[in-house]
Design a protein around this ligand. Structure first.
Ligand SMILES: [Zn+2]
Length: 368
C-alpha cells in the first residue's frame, strides 16, 4: 500500500466541501479518479428526486475472473460544519483544526474503496466485476440509496464502508425507523382574564408524552421525543404546539406496535382536551439482518483473517445505506472504517487505519 498517496488523497478529498444536497464538486473529482482506474461511470438521476445538485455515482469495472459481481458502497455527503476543513496530522492521527468535522465519515470509506482497488490493479491481481456506488444525501434520509437506479446494479452483495469504530467491526443487523410529526391545535385565550375559554396545545402535548412509553422499550426497541415547540407568550393560552418523535426496532411488528401506541396517546390527549391533532407518520427505513452464514459474511471473515483483522459482528442502532440495499435485494453489511467521534468537530482517524482499510478492500476482492 502506498501510504503517502493514501494520506494525500484523503487530505485532498476532505478539503472538498460536500454537504448533503451539494455533493457535485466532490462527485466530479471522484468520477475522474474512478475513470482513471478503468471504471465506466454514470451519474444517475437520484439528484433530481432528492433535491441534490448531483446524482449517485455508479462505477463499473470489468473483471478478469469468473465470479459474481460485488459492490462497494460509501456516501459522498457529509454533515456540517464542513466548509474550509483544515486537516491536521499529529502522532499518526488525522483530525480537523477543531472548528469543523473531519469528514472521515464517509471519505475514509471512499479512500479505502478506491485505494484497495488501485492496489489490485497495480499488482495485476485477478478480480471479478466490481461495482462502486457513491451515494448522495445519506446523512439526511438515505435518499441516494433510496432513489438509486437498481436496474443498473448487477451485484447481489454490497460492502458498505461506513461504520464508526475499529476496522473489523461489521454491522450485521440494524433497526427500522419511523418518524412522527404531530401538530396540536388548541384554542387561544387571555391567560389571565379568561383562560377557561382556551385549550392549551402545550398541555395537550405534555399529557400525550406523559402517557407514552419512551426511550428503551425492550432490548430491540427504542422511542424518543426529540423536538417540541409551541406557544407565543405567557399571557396567551397556547393554541399551537408541535413535536417530532421517532421509534426504532429490530422487529418491524414491534415498531408498528410502538408507533400505534404513540399515535394513540396523542389522539387520546387531544380528545380529552377537545383539541385537534394532525399526525404524520413516515417509515424512514426498514430493518436488516444477515444470517450468520450469509456468503457476504464468509467473504469478510476470510478477507480479515488473511490480514490479521479480528472479525467482530455488531448490531447497530442507526440506519445507513445498508438498510436500503438489503431491502432492494442486495445483501449488504456495514464495515467499520476506523473513524471515531463522527458527526462532531472532534472526529478523527488514524493514518494506519486508512491503510488497513485499503488493505481490507483489496483482501475482500482477492478472497472472492
Ligand atoms: Zn456515514
Amino acid at each position: 500500500m502506498n501510504k503517502d498517496r493514501i494520506v494525500s488523497r484523503f487530505i485532498d478529498y476532505v478539503k472538498i466541501s460536500s454537504p448533503s444536497y451539494k455533493e457535485a464538486d466532490f462527485a466530479k473529482v471522484l468520477k475522474k479518479d474512478m475513470e482513471e482506474l478503468g471504471f465506466e461511470v454514470i451519474v444517475d438521476n437520484a439528484g433530481e428526486k432528492a433535491g441534490s445538485n448531483t446524482g449517485n455515482l455508479i462505477g463499473f469495472l470489468k473483471g478478469n475472473k469468473d465470479v459474481d459481481p460485488i459492490m462497494f458502497c460509501a456516501h459522498m455527503d457529509t454533515v456540517t460544519p464542513c466548509e474550509n476543513i483544515e486537516p491536521i496530522i499529529e502522532d499518526g492521527i488525522i483530525k480537523s483544526k477543531g472548528n469543523t468535522i473531519l469528514s472521515a465519515d464517509d471519505k475514509a470509506g471512499i479512500i479505502g474503496i478506491l485505494e484497495g482497488i488501485r492496489y489490485i490493479k497495480e499488482n495485476n491481481i485477478p478480480h471479478g466485476d466490481i461495482e462502486v456506488v457513491f451515494t448522495i444525501c445519506e446523512e439526511v434520509g438515505l435518499y441516494g440509496s433510496k432513489y438509486l437506479d437498481y436496474s443498473n446494479i448487477k451485484s447481489k452483495m454490497a460492502f458498505v464502508l461506513d461504520a464508526s469504530g475499529d476496522i473489523g467491526g461489521v454491522n450485521v443487523q440494524g433497526p427500522a425507523q419511523t418518524q412522527i410529526h404531530a401538530k396540536f391545535h388548541g384554542k387561544a385565550a387571555h391567560a389571565g382574564l379568561s383562560p377557561e375559554k382556551g385549550i392549551n396545545a402545550i398541555q395537550v402535548a405534555s399529557k400525550a408524552i406523559n402517557k407514552m412509553n419512551l426511550l428503551r422499550i425492550d432490548e430491540e426497541t427504542t422511542a424518543n421525543v426529540g423536538i417540541i415547540r409551541g406557544g407565543t407568550a405567557t399571557n396567551i393560552v397556547a393554541d399551537y404546539a408541535e413535536m417530532e418523535l421517532e421509534a426504532r426496532s429490530l422487529k418491524e411488528e414491534k415498531l408498528e406496535k410502538q408507533v400505534a401506541h404513540m399515535v394513540e396517546a396523542m389522539e387520546n390527549a387531544a380528545k380529552e382536551f377537545g383539541a385537534e391533532v394532525v399526525i404524520e407518520v413516515k417509515h424512514a427505513y426498514p430493518t436488516f439482518s444477515l444470517d450468520k452464514d450469509e456468503p457476504i459474511l464468509n467473504i469478510i471473515k476470510t478477507a480479515m483473517e488473511k490480514i490479521n483483522i479480528t472479525y467482530k459482528p455488531n448490531t447497530t442502532g442507526g440506519g445507513s445505506d445498508t438498510n436500503i440495499l438489503n431491502s432492494k435485494g442486495v445483501k449488504a453489511a456495514t464495515l467499520g472504517v476506523g473513524m471515531f467521534n463522527a458527526h462532531s468537530v472532534n472526529e478523527y482517524i488514524g493514518v494506519d487505519d486508512l491503510i488497513k482499510l485499503s488493505k481490507l478492500v483489496a483482501s475482500i476482492i482477492e478472497s472472492h
